[in-house]
Design a protein around this ligand. Structure first.
Ligand code: ATP
Ligand code: MG
Length: 456
């Protein structure tokens, strides 16, 4: 057994299954520790995403000790051990070779020394290991940096970012999730090397970027911008940061306004992406009125933005379902049917246009959007927002018809009363729906058939 400098003053609660895996490994003469994110999060009082175990046992030795294992990354030393149907990654202590553009280093070398394994980890707060018999192994003062609330590389930052550029984005992602600052030398190295993020695969970038934007501090995207990171991973954000908004509605540039909107929507993937991209079309649709104090306008920016969304999100290898929802939300975010005049009919038309399925999300985005405006923009937005929410609730509670499928008559009914087959059916249904949207009481079978019979 190696002799590690340990802190005995930390008692970390670890799940039964993890304890069992560690005990079995130890009983067989190996070392084993819970390591990385789970230790960091437990110390911080956060719920760990998953529990990783690091061990001196070689993968084949791990496999020999447990009934059910999966070879999830055996060439990098990782075996997944199944315990009560949950998988735990058990990885052999290793020293990493060069990382290229994949998820793992090109070569790995196994070692029997825990400290060597901790050295290859990215940040001091992620390089702590714990087991109940030994205690907390904290060779790089992760505890000190948790107390100082800083993200700091293990070892020399330039070297660590040089080995794997993804760590540059991870630094900002952890700073956003934990509300920590990035230590000076680490930040300086991130700035120097941010260009090298271009060598990293889109999937790896997406994972980190998404964790950043769904965190409690989406404002750290500004740190990413200042460090030259977004220039590589999301250049559209740089254009937003460089797009001023000289209108009475706004007090921020497009990028700063975007951050405010992100802060004011729920922290789900769809809502944060929609907020991030809602005004992405503004830089390309800006016009300036020289006759009116250089007042700027962004006519059509929602449509322009919605056309940019698939390009950006596909580039980041997002899933199609999310892309489709975000396109729809970006396209409708500035909808004027609901915000123009305040009447029950205008809200019904708006729900018809946007869709009941995403209207709640549309409202969340609309709310956040005016929260990120000037006082004047906020006041104007709020009255309309409240009114629209009330009306939408009424529509939902009372099953008010807002689309063809909810009408009391169908194309088949029209044919039965003698309507010729063909395009005209659609036209008649459109007309009927328009009448129903204006006056929901008309949505009765007899009434609608009666109106329809005079149309063909
Ligand atoms: P999360 O809670 O988001 O899962 P995490 O810290 O567990 O955060 P993972 O990506 O799951 O992050 O990685 C687990 C551990 O592996 C990290 O805590 C860190 O010690 C190490 N690690 C992961 N990625 C890298 C990397 N690119 N370079 C160095 N060490 C890394
Ligand atoms: Mg993890």
């Amino acid at each position: 057994m190696n002799d590690y400098k340990v802190r005995k003053d930390f008692n970390i609660e670890i799940p039964k299954s993890v304890k069992m895996i560690i005990t079995i490994l130890e009983k067989n003469g190996y070392e084993a520790f819970a390591v990385g994110g789970c230790i960091r999060d437990t110390i911080l009082g956060r719920q760990p995403q998953d529990w990783d175990i690091t061990t001196s046992a070689l993968p084949q030795q791990v496999k020999a000790l447990f009934n059910k294992t999966l070879d999830t990354g055996i060439q990098h030393g990782t075996v997944t051990v199944m315990m009560s149907r949950v998988g735990y990654e058990v990885t052999t202590y290793r020293i990493d070779g060069e990382y290229n553009d994949s998820r793992h280093p090109d070569t790995v070398e196994f070692t029997s020394n825990l400290i060597e394994d901790l050295k290859r980890r990215d940040f001091t707060i992620n390089a702590m290991a714990y087991n109940p018999t030994v205690g907390l192994v904290d060779a790089f003062d992760g505890i000190g940096d948790i107390e100082k609330k800083i993200i700091k590389c293990v070892g020399v930052a330039e070297e660590r970012f040089g080995e794997d550029a993804l760590r540059i984005l991870r630094a900002v992602r952890f700073s956003a999730q934990l509300g920590f600052d990035i230590e000076d030398k680490t930040l300086a190295a991130a700035k120097d090397l941010s260009d090298t993020l271009k060598n990293i695969s889109a999937e790896r970038i997406r994972v980190e970027l998404e964790k950043l934007i769904t965190s409690n501090h989406p404002d750290k995207l500004i740190t990413a911008y200042k460090a030259g990171i977004t220039k590589v991973v999301l250049p559209e954000f740089d254009r937003m940061m460089e797009c001023p908004q000289n209108t009475p509605y706004h007090m921020y540039n497009v990028g700063e306004h975007t951050i405010k909107v992100m802060e004011n929507v729920p922290d789900t993937k769809v809502m944060r992406w929609a907020a991030l991209l809602h005004d992405v079309g503004k830089p390309d649709s800006m016009t300036m009125d020289k006759k009116d104090n250089n007042l700027v306008h962004f006519y059509g920016h929602a449509k322009v933005g919605s056309l940019m969304v698939p390009e950006i999100m596909k580039r980041l290898k997002m899933d199609n379902k999310t892309i489709k929802l975000v396109i729809r939300l970006v396209e409708c975010h500035d909808d004027r049917t609901a915000s123009g005049e305040m009447s029950p009919a205008s809200v019904r038309w708006s729900v018809h246009k946007i869709g009941k399925d995403i209207y709640e999300q549309y409202l969340q985005l609309a709310y956040a959007d005016f929260q990120g405006k000037s006082d004047y923009g906020r006041k104007k937005g709020f009255d309309k927002y409240l009114y629209t929410c009330q009306q939408f609730k009424y529509i939902m509670d009372n099953n008010i018809c807002t689309c063809k499928a909810e009408m009391a008559v169908s194309g088949k009914d029209l044919i039965e009363i003698g309507c010729p087959k063909g395009e005209i059916i659609g036209t008649v249904l459109d007309e009927l729906l328009a009448k129903v949207l204006d006056n929901p009481q008309l949505n009765e079978r007899e009434t609608l058939l009666n109106i329809a019979s005079k149309m063909f």
